[in-house]
Design a protein around this ligand. Structure first.
Ligand code: ZN
Length: 349
């Protein structure tokens, strides 16, 4: 399940309308990403590229967001859907604008512009992320690295292999191990912004996640490290939990040892986030400029979206250019609350 899609649904991202649909298993209804209805539990949500696929699978269109009407009325949405379907149908092929424009019978310029305006990414970036997701799925299912690369459409190109390693933050063979041989302890504790799962290896904290359901938090941790030995250990982590609470309450600026995987780029973004003082915020593009990549605001936003350790790496202090809060992996309400806590503490002095 794609994190990009989950984020889009959580943020009711209108720009993703027409790009995909989500359906809810418990209700049998499918919606546009921007649907105003109450969000379903994550484990009940499935995604479809095409409206027809959702209907074919037996889902009915939502009466509130009317996905069928919206698709018919929006030629750009239909075009984007077509481009996505074309890319999905040719997984091993390099995505060039020329090839796409030939296949869809329109100018490369118009194609690229429409796609990007709609999705915020280029067709090539879309193709890259699809390929990476299918590589991850193959590796997680326990297939060999060679087979997973091949199935995902990486072929034998060493350039694509390098590319996969960069995006995974490690080589595919390391990724495949999924924490094999590593012992991870975790605890669940209440926090000012809901249940907090804190997990650590011998080397440092590897996950700080928030949610309402303890079971879902535990499930996600196990999915992230299926090969690791994972055990709950509330007693061994009391010190870390106390430290996290102090940081959230604004009583401490201590930094905790972390054990996280990251690409060089992600690491730089996260270091820049750690340099934002409590009570302050910065925009995605300001962070991009800070790390010497002024045009990489979107990549910065992506690095924030996959931050594995909430609060310890304060991605909640990054907001949109216009001052709007922007997204948050653990929900915008939690971001709002964290910033309010920090601002209140600053007022006190
Ligand atoms: Zn709906």
């Amino acid at each position: 399940m794609s994190q990009i899609m989950l984020d889009a649904v959580a943020a009711r991202d209108r720009s993703m309308d027409g790009v995909f649909y989500y359906a809810v298993l418990s209700t049998g209804i499918y919606c546009r990403p921007s649907c105003p209805s109450k969000r379903a539990r994550r484990e009940n949500v499935v995604f479809f590229r095409a409206r027809e696929a959702a209907e074919h699978a037996g889902f009915r269109p939502c009466k509130r967001c009317k996905p069928e009407a919206a698709a018919a009325a929006d030629p750009n949405g239909q075009l984007v859907e077509k481009i996505c379907r074309h890319i999905d149908a040719h997984p091993g092929e390099p995505v060039t604008l020329e090839a796409l424009s030939r296949a869809l019978g329109m100018s490369p310029f118009h194609l690229q512009r429409t796609f990007k305006a709609r999705t915020g990414i280029t067709p090539r970036a879309y193709s890259d992320s699809r390929r990476l997701n299918s590589l991850k799925a193959g590796l997680r299912e326990g297939h060999s690295v060679t087979r997973s690369l091949y199935d995902a459409g990486y072929g034998s190109s060493s350039r694509l292999y390098e590319n996969a390693s960069a995006h995974l933050g490690m080589t595919p063979s390391r990724y495949r191990k999924q924490g094999a041989g590593v012992t991870i302890r975790y605890t669940i504790a209440p926090s000012p912004i809901g249940q907090m799962l804190l997990a650590a290896t011998e080397r440092g904290i590897c996950a700080v996640q928030f949610g309402n359901s303890v079971a879902a938090l535990e499930r996600e941790l196990r999915a992230e490290y299926p090969k690791a030995e994972i055990a709950r250990s509330d007693r061994k982590l009391t010190e870390e939990v106390r430290a996290m609470r102090e940081i959230m309450g604004g009583n401490s600026s201590r930094s905790l040892p972390l054990d996280i995987q990251a690409t060089a780029f992600q690491r730089r973004v996260w270091e820049a986030l750690q340099a934002i003082p409590r009570g302050a915020t910065k925009s995605y593009s300001k962070i991009a400029a800070d790390i010497g990549h002024p045009k990489a605001a979107r990549a910065v936003a992506r690095a924030c979206a996959i931050n594995p350790v909430a609060v310890a790496i304060p991605c909640h202090r990054v907001v949109r250019e216009d001052g709007a809060l922007g997204g948050y992996r653990w929900g915008v309400d939690r971001k709002k609350k964290l910033l309010a806590l920090e601002a209140a503490r600053n007022d006190v002095g």
